[in-house]
Design a protein around this ligand. Structure first.
Ligand code: URA
Length: 428
């Protein structure tokens, strides 16, 4: 005999009431078991979308999703700390960050996903490295964490299975963009992965989920509150996603850029954000005395990257896939690049084959966009602005269509001070 009827829980939320802890625990568990039907959960998700959940309800909802599966128990001597990004265009930060923070003395268990839509997925990027394997068992994750200090791999299917089911339902019922549902979805997976601390990179701008700083702040606050309620020290950074991060957007092209950063070079915004996130992670891990900039410069982070890739069957020295076709977009006039829109570049990369429309679609490892100028740079007429990489040249017109109106060239020398990448910080 079930203790509640789904229809009563739906009605309560529809009428703006708070759900009790018992109602939440039951409804999430019963949905996972198939006792609450998809259409009932769809109605409840819409009621939550419209009427919200307060922070206590959201923390309970997260706990119920964690309890729907297994929690990894990481037995490593070092403090564990992870990072999660809400997703952006050119966001390859995990690639240099995980080995850097490991080289600084923490253990980084980073269970990642594949890309869907205009934002890329970390696993798709790493799979451009010949031999590299995303699927690891819980034992392999534990061993690699102890031996290398960093692991980036696919989330095991036993982590928060309720979220997997609910996320697919939200996707087709227009209930994704709800702060309590997004926050509980992200945090259930991250807390189940067993890390002691967590830094969140909440993206703001055209290429992000959250288009305004106000929305991003509200999501960041909800995420940090859930962390606190579950005893996981959590900090959120709000970072700019109005323009692509770095120059490379795609799969193999982003790996190349990440390796440049690990070797002491790379675009300034990628280095800045990698170090900012590393500092917060080290603070939460009790390692604030270690300077990540020094460790990056010493080459130790690059060595850890090579060991991390090797441990998962990859060859860090192998040549990465090259595109069959490169199309160059030239500057139509001379001037200063005042704007380069992240969303447009993300959609162009996706149309070139770097991303997928359905989760079972394959991606082209060599597809993507290289942004040869960044906002604030002066360019001359005819100078290459963007390089479009693809194995399917018939995709180029659709990518160009996405890029139409995506950048402005101005005759002013200073089109306005460029903001730094980090816009705000919210601590628990
Ligand atoms: N990412 C997630 O994992 N869940 C959401 O609901 C949105 C983004």
């Amino acid at each position: 005999m079930e203790p509640f009827a789904a229809v009563d829980v739906i009605r309560a939320k529809r009428d703006g009431e708070r759900l009790s802890a018992e109602q939440i625990e039951w409804v999430v568990d019963a949905y996972t078991r198939g006792v609450v039907a998809e259409e009932q959960m769809a109605a409840l998700a819409m009621a939550i979308f419209l009427n919200g959940m307060d922070s206590a309800e959201t923390a309970r909802w997260t706990g119920a999703m964690i309890d729907s599966g297994e929690r990894l128990s990481l037995h490593v001597a070092r403090p564990t700390v992870d990072k999660h990004s809400t997703g952006g265009v050119g966001d390859k930060i995990t690639l240099p960050l995980a080995p850097l923070v490991a080289a600084c003395g923490a253990a980084v268990p980073q269970l990642s996903g594949r890309g869907l839509g205009h934002t890329g997925g970390t696993l798709d990027k790493l799979e451009s490295i010949p031999g590299w394997r995303a699927e690891l068992s819980a034992e392999e994750i534990g061993r690699q964490l102890a031996e290398v200090g960093a692991v980036v791999c696919a989330a095991t299917p036993t982590l928060a299975p309720a979220d997997r089911k609910l996320y697919a339902l939200r996707d087709v019922t227009s209930t994704v963009e709800s702060v309590p549902l997004i926050a509980s979805s992200i945090m259930s997976k991250k807390i189940a992965e067993g890390s002691g601390a967590l830094v969140l990179d909440v993206k703001v701008g055209s290429g992000a989920f959250m288009k305004t700083i106000r929305q991003a702040r509200s999501l960041a606050r909800a995420l940090v509150d859930i962390g606190a309620a579950h005893g996981v020290a959590t900090t959120a950074l709000l970072t700019d996603m109005s323009t692509p991060l770095g120059s490379a957007v795609g799969n193999a092209v982003e790996v190349v850029e990440a390796v440049e950063v690990l070797k002491g070079g790379g675009p300034a915004d990628v280095v800045e954000l990698t170090l900012a996130l590393a500092r917060e992670m080290l603070t939460l891990a009790g390692l604030s005395h270690v300077d990540p900039a020094e460790v990056l410069a010493s080459g130790e982070a690059y060595e850890t990257w090579c060991r991390m890739i090797h441990a998962q069957g990859g060859d860090p020295d192998a040549e990465l896939p090259k595109p069959a076709h490169v199309h160059v977009v030239e500057a139509p006039e001379s001037g200063v690049l005042a704007r380069l829109d992240a969303y447009a570049v993300g959609v162009a990369a996706w149309r070139l084959g770097a991303g997928r429309a359905r989760k079972e679609d394959p991606v082209q490892l060599a597809a993507g966009v290289r942004c040869l100028a960044k906002p604030g740079d002066r360019v001359e007429r005819g100078q290459p602005l963007l390089e479009l990489h693809t194995d399917t040249p018939e995709a180029v017109p659709a990518a160009l269509d996405a890029l139409s109106g995506s950048y402005d060239l101005t005759q002013r020398h200073n089109p306005g001070a460029a903001e730094g990448t980090v816009l705000d910080l919210i601590r628990g």
